[in-house]
Ligand binder design. Sequence first.
Ligand code: SF4
Length: 207
Amino acid sequence: MFIEDELFPLSALQHFLFCPRQCALIHVEQIWEENRFTAEGTVLHERVDEEHRERRRMSRTEYSMPVRSLALGVSGICDVVEFQVRSDKSYESVVPVEYKRGTNKETDMDRVQLCAQAICLEEMMGVVVTEGHFYYLKDHRRTRVEMTGELRQTTVTTATNVRELLESQRTPRPIYVHAKCDRCSLIDLCLPKSTGVSVREYLETNA
Ligand code: SF4
């Protein structure tokens, strides 16, 4: 179990799975550069924040709910958490909902982020969270993600790897990967083409 001062931001899990160097630049070197993709994400989350809390008789919805897990060692904010409540006031279900711009294209890094939220809610509320949802703004559609043992294990392993990276205080060398670097908000600070190695070079030297 970690203590509050040892928790790292839940978003670091997603950053690490996208690119360990990006994770270190943001969470070790404290660099952050906004681009179109991150700006759209920020606007989206602000829009969710502006929503009011909804309470109906047997259900409750919380927006921008702070969460943390001392077991996983993370803290963060859930966009939305939906509660279904039984007549004896116990929870029938607790479901984190993550808002995404665009259409259905969630990746492992999105699923790990959602699973970390589920683990936080379980620890804080003493419930079992069996699923989470993504809500895609563009097509107004939800997808359901089951909190399988495999996804939970991937989330725990990722949290361990992130912690090792943060504790090492070392930023990995850049590896230029066209598909992700060209979307990365840090590309102008990272300069992967001029200072990094290509994927082919990396694979050859690490084969
Ligand atoms: S530009 Fe590429 S190598 Fe650099 S942080 Fe972003 S994804 Fe990683």
